[in-house]
Write a protein that binds this ligand. Structure first.
Ligand SMILES: [Zn+2]
Ligand SMILES: [Zn+2]
Length: 175
């Protein structure tokens, strides 16, 4: 694992812990993973299959931000599990305040949401990790142009943006 980051087993534990601490265990099982290829977002949640991804690049050495991003994505997952609108609704913001989270976006609300849309799909090749973004539900049985492997479809409803300039100018984590 990258320096300054908990390993995925620890992430999974954090998820379970927060689920009981803050959500009464109402969030179903999610896989928590790192994604090293996020260029401008800190986290993302997919409801089908249930997956929360955190940016290893942006969150290395930043414990508070990692916690905040995981909790942020968990609020989406929680609202979705309750059959509520999982977007940045008043219910979302109320829960944020309860958990002491200050902003929907990274860096205290100064960043504009990038490409925020109510629904999107991601097609991913698990072999070469190539990803395609789609607004509409893609046709079934698509294959990777490079590997000819079937693509996995993720219904991603929310992507958490990060402010590029400020994140990049921060001191890198100690090694
Ligand atoms: Zn591929
Ligand atoms: Zn969000």
């Amino acid at each position: 694992m990258l320096p300054g980051l908990p390993d995925v087993a620890e992430l999974q534990l954090l998820f379970a812990q927060y689920n009981w601490m803050y959500f009464r265990g109402e969030i179903p099982a999610y896989r928590i993973a790192y994604n090293a290829r996020f260029s401008n977002h800190a986290g993302r949640v997919s409801y089908k299959p249930p997956l929360i991804e955190l940016s290893s690049k942006h969150l290395a050495g930043k414990q508070a931000e990692l916690r905040e991003t995981l909790l942020h994505e968990m609020i989406h997952a929680w609202l979705h599990a309750r059959g509520e609108n999982p977007g940045h609704t008043p219910a979302f913001k109320k829960k944020m305040r309860e958990l002491g989270l200050t902003s929907i976006y990274h860096d205290l609300g100064t960043a504009k949401p990038l490409n925020e849309s109510p629904k999107r799909y991601i097609l991913r090749c698990e072999k070469c990790t190539m990803e395609l973004l789609r607004k509409r539900k893609p046709a079934p049985n698509l294959v990777c142009a490079r590997c000819r492997k079937p693509l996995t479809v993720f219904e991603v409803v929310e992507i958490r943006p990060i402010e590029l300039g400020r994140a990049a100018s921060r001191t890198p984590p100690a090694r």
